[in-house]
Design a protein around this ligand. Structure first.
Ligand SMILES: Cc1cc2nc3c(=O)[nH]c(=O)nc-3n(C[C@H](O)[C@H](O)[C@H](O)COP(=O)(O)OP(=O)(O)OC[C@H]3O[C@@H](n4cnc5c(N)ncnc54)[C@H](O)[C@@H]3O)c2cc1C
Length: 483
């Protein structure tokens, strides 16, 4: 550690900024290189014509994990990043006409097209879910996930919960809720994984429990305020952020990192490197073939990737009649895989967010923002996304939305899987890098066999999401300092 004076960080997403903030606080010279013209990566926002659109992440779950990260870099999260709770998170409509609305806390309203739901039973089922899963959530967010991955810690502290982790989300929701429509609405919350409920491991149900326990949140001013606030810690302590600066190679000599080859600038010498780009890119292309550790190179080649995404974002001049943040028109839980299957004749299952319900300031006065991820063929070649093809998806998405809302469109933004790859530098456009099905012990390790080279970000423990990726940055910086 005494010999590490300067650390180069590849990537200015939340993981790189968290790692850089902590290292700078510890007196290390930090040089962060970001290929884009702005920081934030998958947690950035873009303003077009007065409308603020998300480049990636749509909301914050697990605010306590973010509080932990901010405290580590010496910031009071509540002061520098005020959050607004999404108090009307989701409305779901089923083909049979049933409508399920999630309100603040444990408020779930069920409007049946025929008959009524037994409120007492539903309340008991919700309470049972919280009794079963809330302690596991607390243990994970306050202890397991904010510490290095440790089997003994998981076994010693988590053994009481391990029996719950067998099976899938679909199994668990069948076990917890007796009403089909309620189950469909519950599993709808978890479709952000890109997987149908029968393919999600049971532990993913914690994404739902998080909603009911802590709520989902938006930073005032939008998601881009997270990296902005985090970067202030690093900059205040002399850290450097170099934008529009692409790292082409990690330079290794005699089994140790020597520096970074910067496009158009040449070699920048550093004592250690933290790469926050995906493990697939670090071990597959940023290291010379001969330098890349064989096991990690194989991991990169064989990685099970997360889904790709296509996003349609609209800035509307009018206020839409949308009482919830998220709106889902869903089939029964058993058929929710269909949500990811494109139809030739339009968008069959409509799912979209209206962030302006919680943060009206994301649009000019009286306007709204709508963001949706219409399904596209996942095996469509990523290089074939032409403007024409993008427009065709947009047209279907707008047609589906027009059936529900009056749309006075001021701004349209379309982001194809190819754009996610090229603009956010995501490996093959995979939004979370590794699939949510990949277990933590199959994530890329923070420490590599190359002296002074560390890997962090969403393809390392504790995985994807803003809070977790930022936490990975902290864990990696701590590991580096302990070396
Ligand atoms: C569409 C989408 C929706 C999401 N929704 C949510 C959500 O609602 N809630 C949530 O919590 N999480 C969500 N996530 C996940 C979350 O945004 C990410 O897990 C997290 O932001 C990843 O942070 P990171 O720092 O690990 O990586 P990134 O944000 O990917 O940062 C890596 C940075 O490295 C830069 N880079 C890459 N290659 C180079 C290079 N060679 N040289 C220099 N710089 C380079 C990239 O430009 C990027 O800025 C979403 C992600 C996506 C893509």
């Amino acid at each position: 550690m005494a010999s590490i004076k300067t650390v180069g960080i590849i990537g200015g997403g939340v993981a790189g900024l968290a790692a850089g903030g902590l290292l700078a606080r510890m007196g290390i010279k930090v040089k962060l290189f970001e290929a884009n013209e702005k920081i934030g990566g998958c947690c950035a926002t873009t303003n077009i014509g007065g409308y603020t659109f998300n480049d990636g992440a749509l909301y914050l779950a697990l605010p306590t994990m973010l509080d932990h990260v901010f405290a580590k870099v010496g910031l009071d999260r509540t002061a520098v990043l005020p959050l607004r709770k999404i108090t009307a998170p989701q409305t779901t409509v089923l083909p049979n006409g049933d409508k399920i609305t999630f309100g603040d806390g444990l408020r779930v309203t069920v409007e049946k097209s025929s008959g009524t739901v037994n409120e007492t039973v539903l309340k008991r089922e919700l309470d049972d879910m919280m009794k079963r899963w809330a302690p596991a959530l607390r243990l994970l967010t306050e202890d397991i996930l904010v510490n290095p991955l440790s089997y003994s810690r998981i076994l010693t502290k988590g053994w009481r919960h391990l029996h719950k982790f067998g099976g899938t989300v679909a199994d668990e929701l069948r076990r917890l809720f007796s009403d089909d429509s309620v189950r469909a609405a519950m599993s709808g919350v978890l479709l952000y994984t890109g997987l149908p409920p029968e393919k999600q491991p049971a532990i993913s149900v914690l994404g739902l429990v998080t909603l009911f326990n802590d709520g989902f949140h938006l930073p005032e001013g939008g998601m881009g305020k997270v990296p902005e606030a985090l970067s202030s810690a690093m900059l205040a302590r002399g850290g450097e952020i170099h934008l529009n600066t692409r790292v082409d190679k990690i330079v290794v000599k005699d089994g140790r990192v020597r520096g970074l080859e910067i496009r158009g600038q040449g070699l920048v010498e550093v004592d250690a490197v933290i790469s926050t780009v995906s493990g697939m890119l670090t071990f597959g292309s940023l290291l010379d073939n001969a330098d890349s550790p064989r096991k990690l190179k194989r991991m990169a080649q064989e990685a099970q990737l997360s889904h790709i995404a296509f996003s349609v974002q609209l800035g509307l001049r009018n206020k839409i009649d949308a009482p919830s943040h998220s709106h889902c028109f869903l089939p029964p839980m058993e058929q929710e895989g269909d949500v990811f299957t494109p139809c030739d004749d339009g968008v069959r299952w409509l799912v979209y967010d209206a962030p302006t319900v919680t943060l009206p300031e994301l649009a000019p006065a009286g306007g709204s923002v709508i963001e949706m991820y219409p399904p596209v063929h996942r095996d469509f070649p990523i290089d074939d996304w032409s403007e024409e093809k993008k427009e065709a998806v947009l047209e279907k998405a707008v047609a589906a939305l027009s059936r529900v809302h009056k749309l006075d469109i001021a701004v349209k933004r379309i982001v194809s899987p190819q754009d996610f790859r090229n603009n956010l530098n995501l490996y093959r456009g995979a939004v979370y890098g590794l699939s949510p099905q990949v277990a933590p012990w199959h994530h890329f390790p923070h420490r590599t066999p190359i002296g002074g080279l560390y890997q962090t970000g969403q393809t390392t423990y504790p995985g994807y999401s803003v809070g977790r990726a930022a936490t990975s940055g902290i864990l990696t910086a701590e590991l580096l300092m302990a070396a």
